[in-house]
Design a protein around this ligand. Structure first.
Ligand SMILES: [Zn+2]
Length: 156
């Protein structure tokens, strides 16, 4: 998990992922942009909430922010042990999910969306492709040995 932000025009920030969710945040009014890498552990620790707070110290306002949650392993694919699902759902109840096969799973996208809403970010957009189900995207779960794809954000 990690997050970073900038107020510097022309400086591009990048988040590299394969199944974890890339999250891009921008406050076009305060002119602050940020990225976070929010997989299961990062989501549990609230990396996106920490990023919103950090950006707020530079004048960003959640209600002015635009968030994009990029491609990630979906809640119907991201199988985890039952205890892990319980553990994650204790922190973010929206994460509770079940795979198509009926086994325990976590829905990272739903969890991050809930966290953003809790932080008063209302403009939440999705690239809701599932990395595991989309052959064009890298997936650690699907391929084990795999590359990473990146989300970039910058200000003009
Ligand atoms: Zn899926």
């Amino acid at each position: 998990m990690d997050g970073i932000y900038t107020t510097e025009p022309g400086l591009a920030l990048n988040v590299l992922v394969a199944d974890c969710a890339p999250v891009l945040l921008a406050d076009p009014v305060a002119r602050v942009v940020g990225v976070a890498h929010s997989g299961r552990p990062g989501t549990q620790l609230g990396v996106v909430l920490a990023l919103v707070e950090a950006m707020a110290t530079r004048g960003a306002e959640p209600y002015q922010m635009v968030a994009l949650i990029g491609p990630a392993a979906c809640g119907l694919c991201y199988e985890v042990p039952a205890e892990m699902r319980e553990d994650v759902a204790r922190t973010v109840p929206e994460a509770w999910s079940t795979t198509r096969q009926g086994t325990p799973a976590v829905d990272i996208r739903a969890a991050i969306e809930a966290q953003l809403k809790k932080a008063n970010v209302t403009d939440i957009r999705h690239d809701d492709r599932c990395t595991i189900e989309t052959p064009d995207l890298y997936s650690y779960r699907r391929d084990a040995r795999t590359g990473r794809f990146g989300g970039f954000i910058w200000m003009e």
